[in-house]
Design a binder for this molecule. Structure first.
Ligand SMILES: C[S@@+](CC[C@H](N)C(=O)[O-])C[C@H]1O[C@@H](n2cnc3c(N)ncnc32)[C@H](O)[C@@H]1O
Length: 202
């Protein structure tokens, strides 16, 4: 059940700059893919599937364990190449064969414990096409952090908000970190986010 009406949620998201941050992330993905549009996209922890409306693709698969999110995604997305599955990401990855040009994990890794996070990245590496990229964004704990940003990270619903090194330690040998960057100005709220762009190591 919705706690607030859709129009108010949309207005609040615009107020804090979420749509602008989402389109910047789409640009990051395009740049990482060296300008070419991804043919196939896997969005792990897709929520209500907002990136299915922002990214170009021929095939998009969104996975989320929240039934409410998946129902919302299905009702909003009209693209014939998009599909949404209500599943735990680990269960989904155990069966899926890919391949994907882009594996997106926006706000996912900080919900996963270390062994699950590592296994999810390992499986993502296996599913990437040659030249494909995996991109993650998560709240991060920093050594010297604005008190409000630290509080935001600690109050996050994800139980595994990590340091930059902690997220880096999840990356398996099968992937190499192409870019790892902290930004404290993505949103108009005090929040520090870590972006990781990963490529197949071989
Ligand atoms: C912070 S939200 C981000 C949603 C979306 N990626 C976005 O940017 O709008 C994190 C999402 O990950 C999903 N999630 C967390 N752990 C998961 C798991 N183990 N399997 C599947 N989905 C998961 C949650 O249900 C939630 O929708």
């Amino acid at each position: 059940m919705r706690m607030i009406p859709a129009w108010l949620e949309g207005w609040l998201l615009r107020l804090i700059g979420v749509p602008a941050a989402q389109s910047r992330l789409v640009d990051v993905c395009r740049t990482a893919l060296e300008g070419r549009a991804p043919v196939s996209v896997l969005d792990l922890g897709c929520g209500s599937g907002v990136y299915a409306g922002l990214l170009p693709f021929e095939r998009y698969t969104g996975v989320d364990r929240s039934r409410q999110c998946i129902e919302s995604a299905r009702s909003h997305c009209r693209h014939s190449g998009a599909s949404f599955q209500c599943a735990d990401v680990s269960a989904f990855l155990a069966d899926d064969k890919g391949p994907y040009d882009l594996v997106l994990m926006v706000g996912l890794l900080h919900h996963l414990d270390d062994s699950t996070g590592r296994a999810v990245l390992e499986a993502s590496a296996r599913l990437l096409t040659q030249g494909g990229v995996a991109v993650s964004v998560d709240p991060v704990l920093l050594p010297r952090q604005r008190p409000m940003a630290r509080l935001m990270a600690l109050l996050d619903r994800g139980n595994h908000v990590r340091t930059r090194e902690g997220y880096g330690a999840l990356v398996p040998d099968a992937l190499r970190i192409h870019e790892q960057r902290v930004s404290g100005s993505e949103l108009r709220v005090p929040q520090d986010l870590l972006l990781m762009v990963m490529r197949r190591a071989w």
